[in-house]
Design a protein around this ligand. Structure first.
Ligand code: ADP
Length: 193
């Protein structure tokens, strides 16, 4: 069941992907996480790391190379979930959230440095004393630019998936649990399998 989540920064892809993967017993592959790991390991070519911090899109060949390497691993044999783009898909779940809410979600997003758990200072506050990461590209001015980039990029991508009947639009406004329930509804299961 190759499955992709697509949506602007802050839409809730990471949050929902963790839940869906845990229930389905499939690995979660995040292109953003892979890129940030490659950056931390000093494995990104040239000045890509600096460009990423400014919100620039990473060239497809870099992303596809990372996905290709990752999906060859044994734990991907029964399926996997990607939070961005991929080939040969069964479902593309598009999480839809209005721009103002996306900005608030991204700017107040924090992640636990050790566990990768995603928190939100207002909607899902971290426990006291947690060692938190605040992504360089989650500053408000950068987020706005990333949202513009996303809109330009998906202007062609979403109709492409739609024309192949792969696109499942999901309202991403509501509690995490409400959004999860909508996702499993469009996937045609209750998530308990
Ligand atoms: P994405 O992976 O699409 O960029 P995340 O899953 O990291 O988005 O979520 C962005 C921020 O919004 C995080 O701080 C997360 O805790 C919060 N968030 C995610 N889903 C919801 C929701 N349904 N309601 C409120 N806040 C949410």
């Amino acid at each position: 069941m190759p499955l992709v989540f697509i949506g602007p920064p802050g839409a809730g892809k990471g949050t929902q992907a963790k839940i869906v993967c845990a229930r389905r017993g499939i690995p979660q592959i995040s292109t953003g996480d892979m890129l940030r790991a490659a950056k931390a390991a000093g494995k990104l070519p040239g000045d890509l790391a600096a460009k990423m911090a400014m919100g620039a899109l990473v060239p497809d060949e870099v992303v596809v190379g990372l996905i290709d390497e990752r999906t060859r691993a044994a734990d991907c044999r029964d399926g996997f979930l990607l939070d961005a783009r991929a080939l040969k898909l069964d479902h593309v779940v598009a999480l839809e959230v209005p721009r103002e809410l996306l900005i608030e979600r991204a700017v107040l997003r924090r992640t636990d440095k050790r566990t990768g758990q995603i928190y939100h200072l207002k909607y899902s506050p971290p426990p006291p004393g947690a060692d938190l990461d605040h992504r360089a590209d989650d500053r408000e001015d950068v987020v706005k630019g990333r949202l513009d980039t996303y809109e330009a990029m998906t202007a062609e991508l979403l109709p492409y998936y739609e024309s192949r009947s792969l696109l499942r639009r999901v309202n991403g406004v509501g509690t995490v649990e409400e959004v999860t329930a909508r996702i499993f509804k469009v996937l045609g299961s209750n998530g308990g399998e």
